[in-house]
Design a protein. Structure first.
Length: 346
């Protein structure tokens, strides 16, 4: 069979910003790379970035948690056997970590959850993975653990190395509740005059639209642990320019936009419990990716995991910039479509 030539045609990329950022991971002002065919996105994120520089503290980011997951599927004779095995597992955490250490020097087992369906035992294994996003690392650790489980509990047999309770690249309630990747909250407090002059709207209009569109509209659509306008747009553009697995925008775009009027000003936040990003691993060896990570300050000598946490916090600010700009535009009849016509059709 004839091999197909790999195309070198790039996705259009621009640097946008700078964005003013503060929080428990970094305090900085920096521009961000966004690779997209949707050219208005550069301008939308750019408008949010300009607003960030006019607000005290810019966009505040708080990293709440981090974990990468892989769920395994084991089979037993019946539910009672499965439950007994699970209960006995609880006292063997140290032994399990010793097995994990044989697979990687960075993977650390931090928690596990389970579901029993009939005679099937699903175990959701949760790890920290240093600066890697961790897909392969946790699968390798799970593979080691699975063999150890079946040796330690011969009443259990192999079902699958991935039982979908992870849940990888699927929109699920479990990820929204327990998290997968980096859990980051991005917040900004925008004075009323800046909201009116720069976003051409009012705090009251943004809050009202967020309720009616993001909350109620998503409820009517049957959304899963999610209430936002377009997180996926910013995530894909940022993921493509920093060497991430783009398919992870499926769970990454699960998040909640929240807005309030505070003493006449606009409080605006984006909560993203499933940001799956890394600064080492597959996809990071390309020259343009290395250059982008370097410019973002994510190639420094830091403790394991610190560069990836920095990248996640930056990513969350990008999402907030684009989300804020779009919601503001949609409070005004015709503004969104006019912007697309001008920017995409020239």
């Amino acid at each position: 069979m004839k091999a197909h030539k790999i195309s070198s045609a790039p996705v259009p990329m621009r640097w946008v910003g700078p964005i003013a950022i503060s929080g428990n991971v970094l305090t900085d002002s920096l521009s961000v790379p966004l690779a997209t065919y949707e050219s208005p996105l550069w301008h939308s994120v750019g408008r949010g970035a300009r607003v960030s520089r006019l607000c005290e503290g810019g966009i505040k980011t708080t990293l709440i948690d981090e974990r990468m997951t892989r769920s395994i599927l084991l089979e037993a004779a019946d539910a009672g056997v499965a439950l007994n095995a699970w209960q006995r597992l609880q006292g063997l955490r140290d032994e399990m970590q010793a097995v994990v250490s044989q697979s990687s020097r960075f993977a650390k087992l931090i928690d596990l959850h389970h579901q029993i369906v009939g005679n099937l035992l699903y175990i959701r294994l949760e790890f920290t993975t240093g600066d890697a996003s961790g897909h392969n690392m946790v699968t390798n650790a799970a593979d080691h653990l699975m063999r150890w489980f079946m040796e330690t509990f011969p009443e259990l047999s192999y079902g699958s190395i991935s039982g979908n309770y992870c849940s990888d690249k699927k929109a699920t309630a479990v990820n929204g509740i327990l998290g997968r990747g980096k859990n980051v909250v991005a917040e900004i407090l925008i004075p009323r005059d800046i909201c009116e002059r720069r976003l051409l709207t009012t705090p009251e209009k943004v809050v009202d639209l967020n309720i009616k569109k993001n909350l109620l509209g998503t409820l009517m659509a049957g959304g899963i642990r999610s209430a936002n306008a377009h997180y996926a747009n910013m995530l894909l553009a940022f993921y493509m320019s920093t060497g991430q697995d783009a398919a992870n925008i499926v769970e990454g775009s699960q998040g909640v936009t929240h807005a309030e009027v505070r003493e006449g000003n606009l409080y605006f936040s984006c909560t993203l419990p499933n940001l799956i990003v890394g600064t080492v691993g597959n996809g990071k060896g390309l020259d343009f990716v290395e250059d982008n990570l370097q410019q973002l300050g994510c190639r420094e000598e830091r403790e394991p995991g610190a560069n990836a946490r920095r990248l996640a916090a930056i990513c969350a600010t990008v999402v907030l910039c684009g989300e804020l700009s779009l919601l503001a535009a949609q409070t005004n009849p015709g503004e969104l479509m006019q912007a697309h016509i001008q920017l995409e059709r020239g």
